[in-house]
Design a protein around this ligand. Structure first.
Ligand code: ZN
Ligand code: ZN
Length: 327
């Protein structure tokens, strides 16, 4: 099969012809239709995340069809349309697994990081971590829902009880969440890079009540904020805008250092927390929402062989919405 392979950190992905994965009893062989490019892929590619499997096939927003099944597979059949997200395996036994926090499992495996992912024609995935997908979206729009959507949803839930939600870094996850927030009668305040007028117009178009640069301050207090940009300075920026008892959720897997926080800004029971990975329950809840609401997902398609171009365009902020590889 054709695959774009990361052989060494700092080197471009190599187009290679490699053997099909050998299936375990509980795995599916999936013929990939599309795979989204996530910011996490960039963090792996750039060596910002420790110990990736190498060589590695990146990609954890995989949409494809079941092509073959291991001998113990029971939930799917050949030809089913499924999604494969970031969480690829958990142990089922550790403290976290038995206390409904499998996202924090000590022995978790992650698609496109510690397991091979979707920048390829085929991949193998454990059936218990795959999801049936609604047929109503085209695959290019569907792919970003599998991480930007799912982990965005977990961030949204952990932001607690809010009416006024700020989102710092108005990218793929934020534009999906804005639509859900509007559907739930929340107010979204979109903070883009300073001067990104196009981004601010887009945020307003899809429902934000206010949009501006991250150094601007709307004349209200936020009940909660989600920070998607990997920029630690924004934690302090958001904290200054937050009401007492409000929460700040850092939604990315990697972030630059957070500057010293004067205690007066945290005082008043304000909370700063991160979101790590996702649970399968998060995914089921989100898929249910994606069935009920017609989510608009802005995405730009690239052929699989142009994965390096897609990564560099995405990093430079040149893609129109998400970048998605078509296989
Ligand atoms: Zn575990
Ligand atoms: Zn991701």
């Amino acid at each position: 099969m054709q695959a774009m392979v990361l052989t060494k950190i700092g080197k471009p992905l190599q187009e290679q012809e490699i053997d099909l994965p050998v299936l375990k009893a509980n795995e599916l062989l999936v013929k990939i239709a599309v795979c989204g490019v996530c910011r996490t892929d960039l963090h792996v590619f750039d060596g910002e995340l420790a110990d990736p499997k190498l060589p590695l096939i990146l990609g954890h927003e995989i949409v494809g069809h079941v092509e073959q099944m291991g001998s113990n597979v029971s939930q799917f059949k050949i030809g089913d349309l499924i999604g494969i997200p970031w969480l690829g395996h958990t142990c089922g036994k550790c403290f976290y697994c038995v206390s409904k926090q499998e996202n924090l499992c000590d022995k978790a495996e992650f698609t496109g990081y510690t397991r091979n992912g979707g920048y390829a024609q085929y991949t193998a995935a454990e059936e218990n971590y795959c999801f049936a997908l609604p047929n109503k979206y085209d695959p290019v729009s569907m792919a970003p829902l599998l991480c930007a959507g799912l982990i965005g949803w977990r961030s949204y839930k952990l932001a607690g009880n809010f009416k006024r939600l700020g989102m710092y870094g108005f990218g793929v996850a934020a534009h999906i969440l804005t639509q859900i927030a509007c559907h739930q009668n929340k107010e979204v305040y979109a903070f883009t890079k300073d001067g990104d007028i196009k981004g601010q117009d887009f945020a307003k178009k899809i429902g934000a009540v206010w949009a501006g640069g991250s150094s601007q301050t709307p004349s209200i207090e936020l009940d909660a904020a989600i920070i998607f940009a990997p920029v630690g300075d924004l934690v302090l920026t958001a904290l200054k805008q937050l009401r007492k008892g409000g929460s700040i959720v850092c939604g990315g897997i990697h972030m630059s250092d957070i500057p010293p926080v004067p205690y007066k800004y945290l005082w008043g029971e304000r909370i700063i927390r991160s979101v790590a990975n996702l649970t399968r329950d998060d995914a089921l809840e989100f898929m249910d929402i994606a069935k009920k609401i017609d989510l608009y997902v802005e995405a730009q398609a690239y052929p699989l062989a142009q994965a390096n171009q897609a990564l560099s365009d995405f990093k430079a902020g040149k893609t129109k919405g998400a970048a998605v590889l078509t296989v």
